[in-house]
Structures are given as structure tokens and as C-alpha cells.
Ligand binder design. Structure first.
Ligand code: HEM
Length: 486
């Protein structure tokens, strides 16, 4: 069963169809397929023939609050009552249509960029990350930024980080107490922040106190912690669709901006710039096809995007993996045994990560705004409609994933995930730029933890999902007890 470690990202690099399996999956009954459903751009005449998507029967404010606080219950209930395509009101202008059909997903991922630009340009992240970053820009600017960054995030570029990730994981694990309850999420975050700081700024280990890199690391930790305050949820809602930060967010940003600009200034003057391999140095030397360099504001937006998009997501995906594993003895024992005996370990680790990202996608929803009439199965969407793809609902379709709520890494033994029905990294020209890095980090950290730690749940009850910014994370930080260390 040769599922190569990089199978996941290479499968998703382009929009190619599912490749022929060299061998059949071990558990064919654990992954199925959705019945076909027509989707994509249509003529105005066809739109006139189609029905509008059914509405959720709740006032706007109630929908906004439920979506922000209890997205899981909210979208599952709506799908049970209204079917796989429904419309919600509130949250973003025009009220998005929410879909969970892989064919609809495919139509949006493969659309021409000008027909279905990403909704991230309108998200609450825009006032934080600025309009210039690869995450928040749309159209030609987005393509330009993405082209500049792509080489730094390609699978081969990432392969050189493996040792550094392993060292960061080992350093962190060494510090953990035995027989005490610990929350894994912040500890995973310490590892992924070290990794992203090393990759972006070329700082190995913890940056030395007094350096701008050290100040930046501290500021990022503070900003991420502050985003758990209840007021942050409100701040987030207030910023939907806005260009500029307001109130407390403005102060928070100044705290981040100072060290970011200091780091950029310092690096610009570095005498060995052309020999350095870190992302900031590459970006400082990068030129577009027209020979333009990035200015400081563009660099700031890009660096902040990579630091913020790149470490909390990966950390929480790892936290979810353990939250699931310690409550699922079969998959847990299988992982530990495979890693410690080194028997088909790579495949077992990969299957565990893929199943975690299906069952607990850290980003539960993504969207595009169609500029032309669009068909979604039996329904039509007029130009200008926001269409959200609920990753959570796609990943919990009974027809695609029988017994969808069960955590079963075996689904993926001998099978690669599909491009339109396993979408934790989104897809098409907006697919997560850091997917290869995130997969590499999860592989290395999961393996190190399975090898060295005997972990048990602090309580039998699964942790609830909590929504923070655009992410869905374990509400108690994935608490475990380290029963023994090896
Ligand atoms: C498990 C970890 C991660 C998850 C679940 C995740 C998920 C996502 C998702 C769902 C999107 C939107 C895709 C779309 O709209 O189609 C995205 C975009 C993005 N992610 Fe990630 N991500 C992760 C880690 C990372 C890392 C490590 C980095 C960088 C260091 C990163 C950088 C980005 C960037 C720059 C974009 C914007 C791409 C574009 O719009 O062209 N992410 N990610």
C-alpha cells in the first residue's frame, strides 16, 4: 500500500482527476461517492427557470449569532431541514448560499478566477492582514502574490524543514510534565510558531531576546491569545466587509506592526541577503514579471498573513488529532504500534492526519462570490451571490463517508483523498499555500509524539468545537494527561 508521505499535497497541486489506484483500498466500504449534481455558470435564461435556494427561517441577527457561536449545530440542522443547498442571512452581505455537494465544490474550484473570486477579500481578516496579502487580494494582484510565494512553499522546498520541525517538537516534548493534565493546543502552537518563524525569518530555535524577531514572536503570541477574549468575537463581526481596523483592533495591530517593520528594515540591510533561503529574504529579492519589487507595506501584509495563517491552523489540527486519538482506542493503539515498530508507519500517520482533517476541519467554511449566474443542483444563484462551501458538511456526507461522525483512519489505508470531497485546504487557485508545510509539520510532530508519549484523555467526554476568528478549535485546548514518556 504505497501511499507516499507527500500523496496528499501532490494530489491537490492541480485540479486533475482522481488518479488510478495502484491497489484497491483496504476498506472499500468506508468511502463512497455523492450522486452527480449539475453545477457551474449558466445563461440568464436558464437561471430564470431555476428555483431560489430555500431560506433558513430565522431572523438575521439570530442566524448571525448562531453561525458565529454554534456553527456545527446550525449548519447540520439547516441541511437536515432544507437539504444540501440553503441560504442564510446575515454575516456577509447578500447572505451566502451554503452548499455541501462535491460537484458544486468542483464548479467553484475550477471556475475562471474572474467568475468566482474568493470571499476572503471581504472577510474579517482583511483589516488585519491588509488588502495586499495573497490571502486577502483578488484578481491579478492575488495571482501576482501567489506566483511570488509558490516556490517557497513547494513540496521540495518544504522537505528541507523536516529536521528543523523534528528538533522543535523534541525540544517542546522534553519540557512536558508527566502525570499532569496539559492543554495540547498552546504547546502545539509553540512548535508551529517556531517552525513558521524559522521558515519565514530564518531564525532557528527561539529568537534571541532584544532582536526584532524576538519582539515579533512575543507580539504574535499576545495577539493570538487576545483573540480568545469574548470581545474579539464582537470585534470580528464588526469588521466584516471593512477595509480598515477600528478600536481595540487598531491598537493590537500597532503592537504587531512595529516589530514586523523592524524585521523588514533589518533584513533589507543584511549583507548576506542573496545567500539566505528564508522566505523574507526570498521575498525581498523577488521581482514580478514586470521587474517590480514588493514595498514594505506589501511585505508586512504578506509576512503577517503567513505567520497568522500558518501556525494556529496547523497547531489546532494537531490538537484535534490527539483529542480524537485519546478517545478512540483502536486508532490510537494502531498509530502508536505502527510508529514504535516502524511498520507501515508513514501510511498510518498519513491516514490519521487525513481522517482528523476530515472529521475536525480547522477551517470549517470557505467561499466565493459568483459574478455570473450559477447553477447548484436544482437551484440557481444570480450574479453577485456569495456561495459558501461548508467543509464541515462536505466531510460529513453519509454517501461519501459512511458513518461520518466516526473517527476511522482506516478509511484512508490504500486510498488517497479526493479533490472535491476532502477539502480542508480549500482548492483551485485559492488552495492553501501552506498545505505542504502543514502536512509535513503534522507528520513529524504526530510521529514524534506517538513515539515518545503515552497520552490519555483527561475526561472521557469529547471536547466541543469552539469558533475563533475563522477557525474551529477544541474548546478546552485538547487536554490530555502524559501517562509516561519514553
Ligand atoms: C492544518 C493547517 C492549515 C489549514 C487547515 C489551512 C486551511 C486553509 C484554507 C481552507 C484556505 C482557503 C482555501 C480556499 O479558499 O480555497 C487556506 C488558504 C491559505 N493558507 Fe492555509 N491552512 C493551513 C496551514 C497553512 C500554513 C502552514 C500556511 C503558511 C505558512 C498557510 C497559508 C495560507 C495562505 C497564504 C492561504 C491563501 C491562499 C490564496 O488565497 O491563494 N496555511 N488555508
Amino acid at each position: 500500500m504505497a501511499t507516499s508521505p507527500s500523496a496528499v499535497e501532490s494530489r491537490h497541486e492541480g485540479t486533475e482527476e482522481r488518479a488510478a489506484e495502484p491497489q484497491g483500498p483496504l476498506f472499500p466500504e468506508l468511502v463512497g461517492a455523492a450522486p452527480p449534481s449539475p453545477a457551474g455558470p449558466i445563461e440568464a435564461a436558464e437561471l430564470a427557470e431555476l428555483a431560489a435556494a430555500p431560506d433558513i427561517a430565522l431572523p438575521k441577527l439570530a442566524q448571525t449569532l448562531r453561525f458565529s457561536m454554534r456553527q456545527i449545530e446550525f449548519v447540520f440542522k439547516a441541511r437536515r431541514e432544507l437539504g444540501e443547498v440553503f441560504r442564510m442571512r446575515g454575516v456577509i452581505p447578500g447572505g451566502p448560499i451554503i452548499t455541501s455537494h462535491p460537484d458544486h465544490v468542483r464548479s467553484l474550484f475550477t471556475a475562471k478566477p474572474e467568475q468566482a473570486p474568493s470571499l476572503t477579500g471581504e472577510s474579517p481578516l482583511r483589516p488585519i492582514l491588509g488588502p495586499n496579502s495573497v490571502l486577502t487580494a483578488v484578481g491579478p494582484r492575488h495571482m501576482r502574490q501567489r506566483k511570488l510565494l509558490l516556490p517557497a512553499f513547494h513540496g521540495e522546498a518544504i522537505a528541507q524543514y523536516t529536521e528543523m520541525i523534528d528538533a522543535a517538537a523534541e525540544r517542546e516534548i522534553d519540557r512536558w510534565p508527566v502525570s499532569e493534565t496539559i492543554a495540547l493546543a498552546p504547546r502545539m502552537q509553540a512548535i508551529t510558531l517556531d517552525v513558521i518563524m524559522a521558515g519565514i525569518f530564518g531564525v532557528e530555535g527561539k529568537p534571541a531576546p532584544g532582536t526584532p524577531e524576538h519582539a515579533l514572536r512575543l507580539a504574535v503570541r499576545k495577539a493570538v491569545n487576545a483573540s480568545t477574549w469574548p470581545t474579539s468575537q464582537l470585534t470580528e463581526l464588526l469588521h466584516v466587509g471593512r477595509e480598515e481596523a477600528m478600536g481595540p483592533l487598531k491598537f493590537g495591530l500597532a503592537m504587531l506592526d512595529r516589530p514586523v517593520y523592524a524585521v523588514i528594515r533589518g533584513r533589507r540591510e543584511s549583507p548576506d541577503l542573496d545567500e539566505r533561503r528564508d522566505i523574507l529574504s526570498l521575498l525581498l529579492q523577488a521581482r514580478t514579471e514586470e521587474g517590480e519589487a514588493l514595498d514594505d507595506k506589501e511585505l508586512r501584509d504578506e509576512l503577517l498573513t503567513l505567520v497568522l495563517a500558518g501556525h494556529e491552523t496547523t497547531a489546532n489540527s494537531l490538537a484535534w488529532a490527539w483529542e480524537r486519538l485519546v478517545r478512540n482506542p483502536g486508532p490510537h493503539a494502531a498509530l502508536v504500534e505502527a510508529v514504535r515498530r516502524d511498520e507501515e508507519a508513514e501510511e498510518r500517520v498519513e491516514a490519521t492526519i487525513v481522517e482528523t482533517m476530515r472529521n475536525r476541519p480547522v477551517i470549517p467554511i470557505i467561499g466565493r462570490r459568483v459574478q455570473v449566474p450559477w447553477r447548484l443542483g436544482d437551484y440557481g444563484a444570480p450574479p453577485g451571490t456569495a456561495i459558501a462551501m461548508s467543509i464541515l458538511l462536505v466531510h460529513h456526507r453519509e454517501d461519501v463517508y459512511p458513518d461520518p461522525f466516526a473517527f476511522r483512519p482506516e478509511r484512508w489505508l490504500g486510498r488517497k483523498p479526493g479533490t472535491y470531497d476532502w477539502i480542508p485546504f480549500g482548492g483551485g487557485i485559492r488552495r492553501c499555500l501552506g498545505a505542504a508545510l502543514a502536512m509535513a509539520e503534522q507528520r513529524v510532530v504526530l510521529t514524534a509524539m506517538a513515539r515518545r508519549l503515552d497520552l490519555i484523555a483527561d475526561r472521557p467526554r469529547p471536547e466541543r468545537a469552539m469558533h475563533r476568528n475563522v477557525t474551529m478549535i477544541p474548546a478546552r485546548g485538547a487536554r490530555v494527561v502524559v501517562a509516561a514518556k519514553h
